[in-house]
Design a protein around this ligand. Structure first.
Ligand code: PMP
Length: 302
């Protein structure tokens, strides 16, 4: 039996149900996070939960929620949930705040509820399997229309259409452009391109969700004397001239992109910088190398 935290209680996930008239279901007025823990079956650690829950609360405010939870309380609830589910191997953690009003009408009413549930989720192989990509026909949500950088449920129709359409056309991954034609990101991960010894990732003004994995990897690239890291706008043509391209996010981890719309990126194979970054990220998240204070929140089976 899987346990979920739902509206103030730990209950059987199959009983964590919402009314069909719930505002969030109709209007997308929910926010969520994707957090991960890595473990060996008896000991695990949650990776950067503080940064995830800080973002969660910032996004809650953007859609006018007034949650009565602090970051520390959310971390405590998550630890308790992982213990209750005996999630001591690798786990995906999904917190959700949703607008729970059941009246009809798009305007935002007071009142939201919190749910958190977990799934066992094995890490990807290291070195990571490569993927093909296409440039999506759907442009990324524009910040002129919506808070494009926030993890708001309704905005994910954009991601859902982009990845589904790209997969239907036979590609593994999708790259989304902004409405003005710059490279933005993947459907659920940020994009990095390597040009010679410079690693580039698009800025927040490219309507991206500023990922915690993106931030983590920027620390890595900064720490390498042989590389520079730069936040810069990237054009679709530049993508094809990259030595390496990859996506990075909590759920997808590091995904090397070896072609874009059939054009190989450099050798068309996994590049050394992507391979090293994927290995470093895994070592960091699994505690094999030292992480900055507070990035890993450990839990141990009793
Ligand atoms: N962009 C989008 C659209 C996402 O959904 C995600 C996943 N949260 C990311 C980027 C990567 O963010 P993070 O590294 O914080 O998981």
């Amino acid at each position: 039996m899987a346990i979920a935290y739902f509206d103030g209680r730990f209950i059987d996930e199959s009983e964590a149900l919402i009314p069909v008239s719930t505002h969030a279901l109709h209007y997308g007025t929910a926010i969520f996070e994707g957090i991960r823990s890595y473990g060996d079956g008896s000991r695990a650690a949650i990776f950067r939960p503080r940064e995830h829950y800080e973002r969660f609360l910032r996004n809650a405010a953007i859609i006018r929620m007034k949650p009565e939870y602090t970051v520390d309380q959310l971390i405590e609830l998550t630890i308790e949930l992982l213990h209750q589910n005996k999630n001591y191997s690798s786990t995906y953690i999904r917190p959700l705040f949703y607008k729970s009003e059941t009246a009809i009408g798009a305007h935002i009413y007071p009142g939201e509820k919190l749910a958190i549930y977990t799934r066992e989720w094995a890490p990807r192989a290291i070195p990571p399997p490569t993927a093909t990509a296409t440039i999506s026909r759907w442009r990324r949500n524009s910040r002129l229309s919506v808070p494009a950088g926030a993890k708001i449920s309704g905005l994910y129709v954009n991601s859902a259409l982009a990845i589904s359409e790209s997969m239907e056309r036979g590609y593994d991954q999708t790259i989304m452009l902004t409405t003005s034609g710059e490279v933005a990101e993947g459907y659920g991960a940020n994009l990095f391109a390597v040009f010679d010894r410079k690693v580039v990732t698009p800025p927040e003004t490219a309507d991206i969700l500023a990922g915690i994995t993106r931030d983590t990897l920027m620390h890595y690239f900064q720490s390498r004397d042989d590389l520079t890291i730069s936040v810069e706008s990237i054009s679709p043509e530049q993508l094809l001239k990259a030595d390496e391209l990859f996506l990075a996010g909590t759920g997808l981890e590091v995904i090397p992109l070896v072609s874009v719309d059939g054009t190989p990126i450099s050798s068309g194979d996994l590049g050394p910088i992507t391979r090293d970054a994927a290995q470093w990220y895994r070592d960091l998240a699994t505690g094999k190398i030292d992480a900055p204070d507070g990035w890993l929140v450990p839990l141990t089976a009793d």
